[in-house]
Design a protein around this ligand. Structure first.
Ligand SMILES: Nc1ncnc2c1ncn2[C@@H]1O[C@H](COP(=O)(O)OP(=O)(O)OP(=O)(O)O)[C@@H](O)[C@H]1O
Ligand SMILES: N[C@@H](CCO)C(=O)O
Length: 356
């Protein structure tokens, strides 16, 4: 194989946007980058496990493993490679990760890592036949709710859905994650072929987004692991609460596509009764923050919601971003929580730029 170098760039995402639990995703302008070189003739990295050297800078640099069998991005790439009978990375693969996305904050860091990992497997494996739609199948074998990953892969403001599968394919999708991404084997290759995804698991549709609308992300300093934020949700819901969300989800994509935006309609369309009320046990002040920020009292504001599984709060707005962020930061301060904040915009999906 000839030497090659390329950059994979994948946006972070905010899922749900209020009522769209496990359905709606928004790709946002903060990007995980993988700077990859594959240089077969050199010998410097030949002794790295699985032929892959990882270096890392940015969010999580003190905690993310640089072992390619452990690191989420390279484990996912290996899954794609092993489904195509390639047991390791090409000789002398170097992946330099630049990650500005805070971990466990509701900005889809894990989904972005999985999307970038699948793309990494495709590129280093020379698997050019894998379309974006087929990559989505691989991604959904790992991250099983499609909203964050659909946005990170395809970009923009998306609705995502899973197609009914045959009973055999359903069984394959429900294979435990531990079989898709097996536990590290200490560098020993068991030779097992991982389960391949069925074809056509997940789909997406792009919604319009009014250009004036920006996303203000208020990011508390503490993490809420998504798995924990899903455990607090009930198994069953009152019918009225489901109807409440269905009414709002029918409005949301239309309301956010209209220019000029209608603040009252958007505010209403961003309300939720299926996940936010239950997650306030993990995020001090959540209900008060969501209820205290209204379009009547805050010029420029369109609506407020929990970003993904939290704890980040997403405020959609057309102006006065700093003032909106300050008000929410003050509310968190009442609970002794400090925050950072950013103004983000809808972003394009995952790209690969070849430099050699
Ligand atoms: N760049 C990365 N490299 C390797 N592992 C990562 C990376 N980003 C995230 N992860 C893994 O994902 C975990 C965070 O995932 P989690 O689903 O809890 O939060 P999130 O994806 O940030 O939030 P949400 O799904 O609510 O938007 C991290 O603790 C880490 O194990
Ligand atoms: N829809 C998911 C997004 C977080 O990954 C949730 O709210 O749990």
């Amino acid at each position: 194989m000839a030497s090659q170098s390329f950059v994979i760039r994948s946006p972070c995402s905010s899922a749900n946007i209020g009522p769209g639990f496990d359905v709606i995703g928004l790709a946002l302008s903060m990007f995980l980058e993988l700077h990859v070189t594959v240089d077969p003739p050199a010998s410097s990295t030949e002794n790295y496990p699985l032929n892959c050297k990882i270096t890392y800078e940015g969010e999580g640099e003190d905690e993310i493993s640089l072992d390619p069998e452990v690191n989420l991005i390279t484990r996912v790439a290996l899954y794609v490679l092993r489904c195509h009978d390639q047991r390791a990375f090409p000789k002398n693969t170097h992946v330099h990760v630049k990650n500005p996305i805070p971990l466990g904050r509701g900005l889809g860091s894990s989904g972005t890592a999985v999307v970038a990992g699948v793309m990494l497997g495709k590129e280093v494996g020379g698997l050019h036949h894998l379309t974006m739609e087929r990559l989505f199948d691989f991604i959904l074998m790992i991250e099983r709710h499609p909203d964050n990953v659909g946005a990170s892969l395809f970009g923009g403001f998306v609705g995502t859905y899973l197609k009914p599968l045959t009973p055999e394919d359903t069984a394959r999708v429900e294979i435990p994650l531990s079989e898709v991404l097996p536990a590290p084997q200490g560098g020993v290759d068991t030779g097992d072929r991982p389960p391949e995804p069925p074809v056509g698991i997940g789909h997406h549709i792009k919604f319009p987004w009014a250009g004036e609308i920006k996303a203000v992300a208020i990011i508390p300093e503490f993490e809420v692991p998504t798995a924990k934020a899903r455990q607090v949700l009930p198994a069953e819901y009152p019918r009225n609460d489901v109807t409440f969300n269905l009414q709002r989800i029918a409005l949301l994509p239309v309301a956010l596509g209209q220019s000029p935006p209608d603040p009252e309609l958007i505010y209403l369309a961003m309300q939720d009764k299926l996940h936010q009320p239950y997650r306030q046990t993990l995020i001090p002040g959540l209900t008060e923050i969501v209820e205290s920020m209204t379009t009547a009292t805050q010029p420029g504001l369109l609506g407020v919601c929990l970003s993904g599984a939290g704890p980040t709060i997403l405020a959609l707005a057309t102006s006065n971003f700093e003032e909106i962020a300050s008000r929410i930061i003050k509310k968190f301060e009442e609970n002794k929580i400090t925050c950072s904040w950013k103004v983000l915009e809808p972003a394009e999906g995952t790209t690969v730029v070849r430099t050699k």
